[in-house]
Design a protein around this ligand. Structure first.
Ligand code: ZN
Length: 349
């Protein structure tokens, strides 16, 4: 049994993007209730704190950070067609980042084995100078900066299994060889980025790995992709930390997406990443909530990930045949990225 840190705060519920919005406070309420009901052993509460201006400015333009801070004084501010704030949004967004940084700190010290930041608003669409797709600050991107600047880690792997491509995270590290961004996502789909050929620039070429998928990918497809691409890429990169943009909108019943992942599938996907963390970086892994709009699928998926984090024996069950479309995408990714990863052609052995 390993201790699992949980970032949880009722102030996350005070970010209200407007009536009928899918990214509603009910999402975290469902997760918190499911966690309490499951009464999982080994969970440790992580204190939250508001991220500092300077920390946010590691990843965002200072004028943009100021702009978000200013939204705290108004009832509602529309940042983009999908993204609006209420009075509590700025505080929630700062707590989301700060809570994640605290979790990272505790994982670094070894006080907890892993952590899950159950926060909102989500972050992976947030750009350097713009809010986008329900996201204000890029939680995971700021955490990767923190890991390098404050904790002194040399290499950070970000795994993004959200339905959508994390355009903001990709942009943040597109020319930074110390942060590897790996994303599976429905494609073509919102936000439009995430083609295989987007693979980083300059010294960071090959450090962005996109696996764009048609609708309908199932549990076994994701496990196959992780085994065939992520594991060899991660083994070559040798990260000091794994950050996960955990989106549950790949769930089979999600109203925004077309993927077919089951609740059990999320535990299996997490098990692959936990295995990687154990073998490469002393178990250091921190999950952060991104999307997920089917409340039962979201809450059930989070509970499965937490069970996997406590190492209760859950595995990914290695025998999975991929669907033909997914196998073709995997071959394409291997062709395009093979030049940067000598072992990629072999996959997981
Ligand atoms: Zn999403």
């Amino acid at each position: 049994m390993r201790k699992v840190g949980i970032v949880r705060d009722s102030r996350f519920l005070e970010h209200d993007p407007g009536p009928g919005h899918p990214e509603s406070p009910a999402r975290l309420e469902a997760i918190y209730q499911a966690m309490d009901k499951a009464s999982l052993p080994g969970l440790v509460d992580v204190d939250t704190r508001e991220a500092e201006f300077e920390e946010l400015a590691w990843n965002h333009h200072p004028d943009y950070v100021k702009r978000i801070f200013n939204t705290a004084s108004v009832e509602r501010f529309q940042l983009d067609p999908d993204t609006a704030t209420s009075r509590g949004s700025c505080t929630a967004a700062r707590l989301a980042v700060g809570g994640l940084l605290n979790a990272l700190e505790l994982v670094d010290k070894g006080d907890i084995g892993s952590a899950f930041a159950l926060v909102r608003p989500p972050g992976h669409h947030a750009e350097y100078d713009a809010a986008m797709g329900f996201c204000l600050f890029n939680n995971v991107a700021v955490a990767a900066h923190y890991a390098r600047r404050v904790l002194g880690y040399r290499r950070v792997l970000i795994v993004d299994w959200d339905l959508h491509h994390g355009n903001g995270t990709q942009r943040s590290f597109y020319e930074d060889p110390a942060v590897l961004y790996f994303s599976t996502h429905q494609y073509p789909y919102y936000p439009g980025t995430g083609a295989v050929e987007e693979l980083g620039r300059g010294e960071a070429k090959g450090k962005t790995v996109n696996v764009p998928l048609g609708a309908g990918a199932r549990d076994g497809d994701f496990i196959f992709i992780f085994k065939e691409i992520l594991i060899p890429v991660a083994n070559f990169f040798r990260p000091d930390l794994i950050l996960v943009s955990a989106g549950f909108d790949v769930y089979e019943g999600d109203p925004l997406g077309g993927m077919r992942v089951t609740i059990n599938g999320f535990g299996r996907m997490a098990a692959v990443l936990l295995h990687l963390a154990d073998s490469l970086c002393n178990g250091r892994i921190v999950f952060t909530l991104e999307g997920g709009y089917h409340l039962q699928g979201l809450a059930g998926g989070v509970v499965e990930v937490l069970k996997a984090c406590s190492r209760d024996g859950r595995t990914w069950d290695a025998e999975d045949a991929p669907s033909p479309g997914v196998a073709a995408v995997v071959e394409q990714v291997k062709r395009v990225l093979g030049a940067y990863y000598p072992d990629l052609a072999q996959g997981y052995r």
